[in-house]
Structures are given as structure tokens and as C-alpha cells.
Design a protein around this ligand. Structure first.
Ligand code: IMP
Ligand code: MG
Length: 194
């Protein structure tokens, strides 16, 4: 018997088993790509935490971990794109092989900002691994090297992703019901920084 879905959840997009399987595949890709090196995973708080820990456990080369947190705002016209660092990394990344780990890349504004910021600190290499990718909403180009899943243009929660800080602890990824979400812009505003 499958337990009933929590309030606000419309349907499951990726089950726990599908996620485990796919994360292992991507971890194996990363292991091959970084053979003979140490990879520094940089997680963007808080959404990427569940994904990063699962990924790290299946990477077969030495792994270092650091985190940063960002906040992003809409401008006066309601357009997204203003991003700043709310909590910086603990350590420098000069000369390191950095893999930025994101929960979801949507418009690409956050990723572009983070890549510019990290690139200016002279890492040996800089690549991007995202759990989810919504390429249909991309506004600015931002390169993604590894992705687990492409998702449709619906707001999703679970496995780290939140709606008003809720649902992060779901083991699966689910579509939030339309009734539970407010207007798309307000919804995205509420979301940013997570
Ligand atoms: P971007 O700058 O538009 O690419 O925004 C990416 C950020 O928006 C992500 O790191 C999330 O914090 C948030 N976000 C975008 N889509 C979703 C979603 O469907 N669920 C939860 N958070 C989302
Ligand atoms: Mg995020």
C-alpha cells in the first residue's frame, strides 16, 4: 500500500528509488571525470543539501565539501536576477577542482552569478552539477555539466526543494498542487534564496 500524499502535493515526479539510481549514475560519471584528483563539492544552501550528501557518498575520488548561501530578489518590475551571497564559503578555492552542486537551475540567473563569483577566485577547474534542470525557463545561458533530471514547467518540492521552507524532507520529488501555490511570480519570490 502506498501511503497517501501529503497536503499540497499533486503527484510524484521521481520516486525515491529513481532518485537513488540516477544519483549513483551521475556520481559514477563524476568519479570517471575526476580520476586522480580531489573534487571540492560546493553546495548552495539549503536546497542542494540532500542531493549533495547522497552524491558525495557515491563519488569514488577524494571529496571535500563546502557550502554557501545566496539570496535573490526580483527587481522593481518583478523581473528576477538580483543575486547576492548571504553566507560565503569557509575556505578559499584557489587551485582546486570545484564542482558547484545546485538543486535546480531555472532561469539561470543564480548559476551565472555563482559561476562568475567562483571563477574570480582562481579554481583549477569549475563545473556544475544540478539535481534538476528546467531548461524551458532559461533566460541567461549558464553551462550545466552534470544533471540528474530535466523537469517540466511546474513548481516541484522534495529531496531538498521547498515551498515556503516546507517539503524539503520528502524522499521523492513531487509537483506542488496549483491550489497550494500562489501566483507564479509570488511563488518564485517566496522560493528564492532557498
Ligand atoms: P534561477 O536563478 O531562476 O535559476 O533560480 C534557481 C533557484 O530558484 C533554485 O536554486 C531554487 O532555490 C529556486 N527554484 C526554482 N524553481 C524551483 C522549484 O520548482 N522548486 C523549488 N525551488 C525552485
Ligand atoms: Mg537553490
Amino acid at each position: 500500500m502506498t501511503p497517501p500524499l501529503p497536503p499540497g502535493i499533486e503527484k510524484i515526479l521521481f520516486t525515491e528509488e529513481e532518485i537513488q539510481q540516477r544519483v549513483r549514475e551521475v556520481a559514477a560519471e563524476i568519479t570517471r571525470a575526476y580520476e586522480g584528483r580531489t573534487v571540492k563539492l560546493i553546495g548552495v544552501l539549503k536546497g542542494s543539501v540532500f542531493f549533495l550528501t547522497e552524491l558525495a557518498r557515491h563519488i569514488g575520488v577524494p571529496v571535500k565539501i563546502d557550502f554557501l548561501a545566496i539570496s535573490s530578489f526580483s527587481n522593481r518590475n518583478g523581473a528576477p536576477g538580483v543575486v547576492r551571497i548571504a553566507k560565503d564559503l569557509d575556505d578559499g578555492i584557489e587551485g582546486e577542482d570545484v564542482l558547484l552542486v545546485e538543486d535546480v537551475v531555472d532561469t539561470g540567473f543564480t548559476l551565472r552569478y555563482l559561476l562568475q563569483t567562483l571563477a574570480s577566485r582562481s579554481p583549477n577547474s569549475l563545473a556544475v552539477c544540478t539535481f534538476l534542470d528546467r531548461t524551458s525557463r532559461r533566460i541567461v545561458q549558464a553551462p550545466v555539466d552534470y544533471r540528474c533530471f530535466e523537469i517540466p514547467d511546474r513548481f516541484v518540492v522534495g529531496f531538498g526543494l521547498d515551498y515556503n521552507q516546507l517539503y524539503r524532507n520528502l524522499g521523492y520529488v513531487a509537483v506542488l498542487s496549483r491550489e497550494a501555490s500562489v501566483s507564479p511570480q509570488r511563488r518564485r519570490d517566496a522560493e528564492k534564496g532557498g
